[in-house]
Design a protein around this ligand. Structure first.
Ligand code: UN1
Length: 487
């Protein structure tokens, strides 16, 4: 079968048209595995481009919001079909532009299609509640209404799943969208625009821009026509987005960093814990806000776990992300590489011992060998601050209460995991660990499409994403007192 390619990678998608930025400025994206290779040229969108996208979304809103939700959902099914039909190409493009190993890129692409199918089902779920009135002859009820134009600012590290898990609930509830893609992964996100175009989505309902946060992103944050802003990215940028947007009464949702603990007790199945530690710390080269940053292991099994974990690292396949066997590929850019290597040096300076990795592993590619520290104090930089790369640390503990207290001693609270066969331990952990997502006997990363996703403490702000939780952010609740006419 010949594939129909409607995505003209490299152009913005505004008002149903594929267009250049108004300034004509572009930027080159390079392959982190082979930095001499340019994977594409994309629009360096300006504030003016963002304004055009916002205007298109405003114009499309009345008709889109008036459509029955099931009609809106029909476009989602067609877009999901289009994603699935070209899933391999999307996954390969993702791998080439941001370095995610192909095996993970494939899964992420299919996850995006699943999110669309789940969200289409929202058309059949209730959007309000009927209450007992306190006076006769009254209907008293709530209903959810769309907000209008919603701005989405998304990162490069989940370049298809995150845009889709934001735009799907935004659109199904009747909003229209301006989406600014992660600078380092434009082509992957443009595929989503292409799939919706192929699905026949009305012009202006979904507008997609590439370029820098400081230009197009800043306009979306500042523009008074944007009623709500969902942002996933760094703590520093998230805080400034929140300050600016709340100043103008714009609703804000932030998904920020994490410093996620994995606790391995003496009652753990050690080999499963080792697998989860490896996947959590090193898949996607540790570039997930849900990655495992700290591994707490109970005294009695510490040496055994350590030996098995190091053996697993030795056996792991590190290298070309386009090889479907590769587990750990490069980090996204040269500056990311330098930042991570700098943090590794500082951790050495703070007395950390490197048990594995600790250095660049390829002359050209931005590849860092999976790195494990031991002997870092709980207040060392690496024990507290998110270093967005394949770096994790081992800590020894004696009681579960101690492990939980130390696990909680950071400003973040995204995900946390415990490995144990002891149900009592699992319950105590679930009750006390400071995280929005808790795993028992599975790794810290990963998210199902139909349940809430989000952190507590410094990891997030506003309602959670995904599942039914998403309705909180993307709609207004209104209460209607409807008294019957007297005559
Ligand atoms: C996952 O663990 O599969 O940016 C999702 C991130 C998170 C998403 C994690 N917001 O890494």
């Amino acid at each position: 079968m010949t594939e129909t390619v409607t995505t003209r990678a490299g152009l913005n998608y505004i008002g149903g048209e594929w267009i250049e930025s108004s300034s004509g400025e572009t930027y080159e994206k390079r392959n982190p595995w082979r930095p001499s290779e340019v994977t594409g040229v994309y629009q360096a969108s300006s504030a003016e481009d963002a304004r055009a996208a916002i205007a298109a979304a405003r114009e499309a809103f009345p008709a889109w919001s008036a459509l029955p939700a099931a009609h809106r959902g029909a476009f989602f099914h067609r877009a999901a079909d289009a994603i699935e039909a070209r899933a391999e190409r999307i996954a390969q493009d993702m791998t080439a532009e941001m370095g995610k190993p192909l095996r993970e890129a494939r899964l992420e692409t299919l996850r995006a299609a699943a999110i669309l199918r789940y969200s289409a089902g929202e058309a059949w779920r209730p959007i309000g509640e009927l209450y007992e009135p306190s006076v006769p002859d009254q209907r008293l009820y709530t209903m959810r209404r769309p907000l209008g134009v919603v701005g989405l600012i998304t990162p490069w590290n989940f370049p298809i799943a995150i845009p889709v898990w934001k735009l799907a609930p935004a659109l199904i509830y009747g909003n229209t969208v301006v989406l600014k893609l992660g600078y380092e992964a434009p082509r992957t996100g443009l595929h989503v625009a292409g799939c919706f175009a192929e699905a026949g989505l009305p012009a202006g309902v979904l507008n997609v821009l590439t370029g820098a946060g400081s230009t197009a992103g800043a306009e979306i944050v500042a523009n008074s026509a944007v009623r709500a802003l969902s942002f996933t990215g760094s703590v520093a940028v998230g805080r400034s987005v929140r300050a600016q947007a709340t100043e103008r009464d714009c609703r804000v949702q932030l998904e920020l960093g994490g410093h996620n603990p994995l606790v391995v007790t003496a009652a753990a199945e050690l080999d499963r814990a080792v697998e989860a530690a490896y996947a959590g710390a090193f898949w996607s080269a540790g570039q997930k806000c849900t990655a495992t940053r700290r591994i707490f292991v109970q005294d009695a099994v510490y040496d055994d776990f350590r030996a098995r974990f190091l053996a697993r690292i030795e056996a792991g396949k590190v290298g070309d992300p386009a090889d479907p066997e590769t587990e750990v590929g490069p980090v996204v850019t040269e500056s990311a590489l330098e930042e991570i290597l700098g943090a590794i040096e500082r951790a050495r300076g703070e007395g950390g011992r490197v048990l594995a990795g600790g250095e660049r592993a390829h002359a050209e590619a931005y590849l860092i060998a999976p790195t494990v520290f031991e002997g870092l104090a709980d207040d060392a930089e690496l024990s507290c601050e998110e270093v967005f790369g394949p770096v994790t640390s081992l800590y020894r503990f004696s009681t579960l209460d101690e492990a939980v207290e130390r696990a909680n001693a950071v400003r973040y609270g995204l995900s946390a995991s415990i490995f144990t066969r002891d149900l009592g331990e699992a319950q105590r952990f679930a009750d006390a660990v400071g995280a929005g997502i808790i795993h028992v006997n599975s790794q810290t990363a990963g998210a199902d499409v139909h349940v809430p996703f989000g952190g507590i403490k410094g990891s997030g702000w506003g309602p959670h994403e995904q599942g039914r939780a998403a309705i909180e952010f993307y709609t207004d609740v209104v209460t209607v007192y409807q008294d019957a006419p007297r005559a």
